[in-house]
Write a protein that binds this ligand. Sequence first.
Ligand code: ATP
Length: 373
Amino acid sequence: MSWVRPTDPVNVPKKLKVSQLCEICHSRKAVLKRPKNLQKVCKECFFYVFETEIHNTIVSNNVFYRGERVAIGASGGKDSTVLAYLIKLLNERHNYGIDITLLSVDEGIVGYRDDSLATVMRNQKQYNLPLEIVSFKELYDWTMDEIVAVAGIRNSCTYCGIFRRQSLDRGAEKLEIQHVITGHNADDMAETVLMNILRGDIARLEKSTAIITQSKGSPIKRSKPFKYAYQKEIVLYAHYKKLDYFSTECTYAPEAFRGTARELMKNLEAVRPSCIIDIIHSGENLVLKDENERKKKQFTKNKNQEKATSAKKSTFVDGNRCEKCGYLSSNKICKACTLLADLEKSRSKITLENDTSMEGAARVMRTLEHLSF
Ligand SMILES: Nc1ncnc2c1ncn2[C@@H]1O[C@H](COP(=O)(O)OP(=O)(O)OP(=O)(O)O)[C@@H](O)[C@H]1O
């Protein structure tokens, strides 16, 4: 264990007021207030409680089994960098017996993902873990910069989310790994619960607080060991541990509604820090109406939407394979292929400049300015 009770009288601070002491060890000087519960703690106790809380989440939810091969979705950002560092540390400390690989998706965003992948490559060396990188270009023949040029910045998160999710699954499948863990934290989870409530999306609401998810028929399961970890604490941990992470925001703006929910969450958290955990707790304990009854209602709603958009929808069966790409899909044609078909229609309209020295968004904006559809 790394935490040591400060029994050495030489290290006990002399003239500290009681209010300056760490509220856990009552010996060392507190250097931070935990954003989660406003408890004043010293650096050593913060590391210890933070690591122990993640360990407890993993153990109490049976996230791993001995001998399991696990891929960590590594973006180079703070959450997944801390995740890679901590999972490796806890695996060694508590002998989980898991085999860890870093798995990155290169979405093809010049000036953003290329820099963050450079961080992942450094992390790979620092943590001595294998790394696999899959790219949108190799899987779909599109980069995100090209997609934004065709579909617009406002739709970027939709495309990126669907392609990234499938890319992580495909990367894991290539490595013959059946478990992908991601750095989604408590803030992300509370934000998703809030968003689903505000949208009335009950089907998603029901699944939004699960720590482990797996589509029926899919061999790949997903889990979120940081489910209860506050984003601010993850950043503090990375800062005090001097971890090497990439902190630039994505070049493309977050989905408008998610951005609004995030803002709302931040305002709520400022007034009541525990609200992040409280929202997750509420989500976990929601008792939803009988599923059949909801499905009937959803069916009627979908039928009406179908009529309005005259969209052709296939029968929803989990575990199907996409008729186009052959990858697992709950629809006849998977979401990625549906989006790709729309993109292909527009591809001919666009000729992207071959200048990679310019940042992605700037390049896209210039391309758009010169386009006449
Ligand atoms: N390009 C990627 N390659 C691999 N995994 C990714 C990638 N992008 C996101 N992920 C995974 O999904 C999680 C949530 O991603 P999100 O886009 O919300 O980023 P984030 O909250 O900024 O996280 P991070 O700080 O790790 O980038 C990440 O922590 C990571 O595990």
